[in-house]
Design a protein around this ligand. Structure first.
Ligand SMILES: C[S@@+](CC[C@H](N)C(=O)[O-])C[C@H]1O[C@@H](n2cnc3c(N)ncnc32)[C@H](O)[C@@H]1O
Ligand code: SF4
Ligand code: SF4
Length: 424
């Protein structure tokens, strides 16, 4: 390695700054280095006129010279100073989650549900052999796919348990999204055994708030279901959709359920449309960030570390994720069961033919956050990948459009980067 070389920071370098912390981020790689004020001022000296050797000479009598030399050499070795030569790799794996909507029917009528009315009037008429053939093909595409059973209420369909068992026997992962109210002594053991993970939707810390959203008596039934699953050693995650009715109870939810919570923001879709229940990205960020015990950045920091020098060109839509309606229609995302995104039907074609050849899916796979008008100059674009593209579609009518959760993404990623330790 030639430390005499006159290094220069790539022109696209952004500097995020908070207190004594500076993050130099090169968006198109994406790569970054965390610096204190001292090191930041040294990095800024690398303007093509001063070499690393010059810098090491200047600081040779300082007590941090060894650390400085080590860090600068590491950055040179890792090509930090070079402009990116090739397009980044999309790190999303092939088909890691398959949503199986087992029915469009439901025994509840939640005030904001996106699903129940969307697939209204379609029959749950896929026979079990057709499902099994499809799952065999999924297994050939990716042996580690997680099959998520959802709906409507998936426990209304008898095939849900049989298929979960089929997936487990093959080695595919299984997840159940349920309202919990149909779990009883007769089925709890089988449910607990056949799902690797279960999410039960609970809307608030109090029975009153939950029932206001999900209907009378639904809270006590869901809690009973959760306790039965626990009895059979499957401790479900609590899934909470944050909205204007329950947002004030999130701190109490954390006190009650600790880390066993999965928060998701509401989408203004289906029954939630025109209800004024939605919150915007900044508010969602502030709600999560002001609760003691919630560390929204903890998971992001893992994700960021994974993305270093790889990046991600878009969310899972159409490649990492596929969703199948209860009549066999295939879509690129569980939130996008609309005519525009119809990609085929598993009763008429084989799953792999649809997955590999559908024009809708191929078009989506060719999309990239680098080409999105609102994202293409964003410093965190290859970490954020443009957020949830389905939300953009619903808010602007275009997968490439703007969505109100950009504020949430930007705040989250900037703060996650600023919270990185030096060793990152
Ligand atoms: C559609 S439900 C299906 C599974 C099951 N019936 C349940 O309620 O958990 C899956 C998840 O989507 C959430 N959900 C429903 N409508 C939503 C919306 N408009 N925005 C965000 N999440 C929503 C539910 O709260 C639930 O956690
Ligand atoms: S959110 Fe789940 S439980 Fe509620 S109406 Fe929709 S499908 Fe049914
Ligand atoms: S959604 Fe916002 S934060 Fe994410 S890449 Fe686009 S502009 Fe950046």
């Amino acid at each position: 390695m030639n430390i005499d070389f006159h290094q220069i920071l790539p022109r696209s370098t952004y500097i995020l700054h908070k207190n004594d912390k500076y993050i130099f981020i090169i968006p198109e790689k994406p790569d970054w280095v965390v610096a204190n004020k001292n090191f930041a001022s040294i990095l800024l000296k690398l303007d093509g006129k001063t070499s690393i050797k010059d810098i090491l000479n200047t600081y040779k009598n300082h007590n941090y010279i060894n650390d400085l030399e080590k860090t600068l050499k590491k950055l040179v070795e890792e090509n930090f100073f070079y402009d990116v030569q090739q397009k980044c790799i999309n790190s999303k794996n092939k088909l890691y989650t398959l949503h199986l909507n087992m029915t469009s029917k439901c025994n509840l009528k939640c005030v904001y549900c996106y699903a129940e009315e969307r697939d209204n009037n379609i029959n749950d008429d896929i026979d079990i052999e057709c499902y099994k053939k499809m799952l065999d093909e999924v297994y050939e595409i990716n042996k580690n796919t997680i099959v998520t059973f959802t709906g409507g209420e998936p426990l209304l369909n008898d095939k849900t348990l049989l298929l979960a068992q089929y997936c487990k026997d093959k080695g595919l992962g299984t997840m159940l999204l349920t309202n919990g109210t149909l779990i009883d002594e007769n089925n709890a053991y089988e449910i607990a055994k056949n799902f690797d993970s279960i999410r039960v939707s609970i809307e608030g810390a109090t029975e009153k708030t939950h029932d206001k959203i999900r209907g009378k008596s639904s809270y006590l039934k869901a809690i009973k279901g959760i306790n039965l699953l626990k009895k059979y050693n499957n401790n479900p995650l609590i899934a909470t959709t944050v909205n204007n009715i329950n947002k004030h109870e999130m701190a109490d939810m954390v006190k009650k359920y600790g880390n066993n919570l999965h928060f998701q923001p509401i989408y203004s879709v289906g029954r939630a449309k025109n209800t004024k229940l939605e919150i915007d990205g900044e508010e969602y960020y502030n709600i999560l960030n002001t609760i003691d015990g919630v560390k929204p950045h903890a998971f992001l920091q893992k994700h960021i570390a994974n993305m270093k020098n790889r990046g991600c060109l878009k969310c899972a839509i159409g490649e990492g994720e596929i969703s199948i309606a209860s009549n066999g229609d295939v879509y690129p995302c569980h939130m996008l069961h609309t005519k525009d995104f119809y990609s085929g039907n598993i009763k008429k074609q084989s799953f792999s033919e649809i997955y590999n050849n559908s024009k809708v899916l191929i078009n989506i796979r060719n999309m990239s956050v680098n080409n999105r008008q609102t994202c293409k100059l964003c410093p965190v674009r290859l970490l954020c990948a443009g957020g949830c593209w389905a939300r953009a579609y619903y808010e602007s009518g275009d997968l490439n459009g703007f969505d109100s959760f950009c504020d949430y993404e930007l705040l989250s990623y900037k703060n996650a980067l600023l919270n990185l330790s030096k060793s990152n």
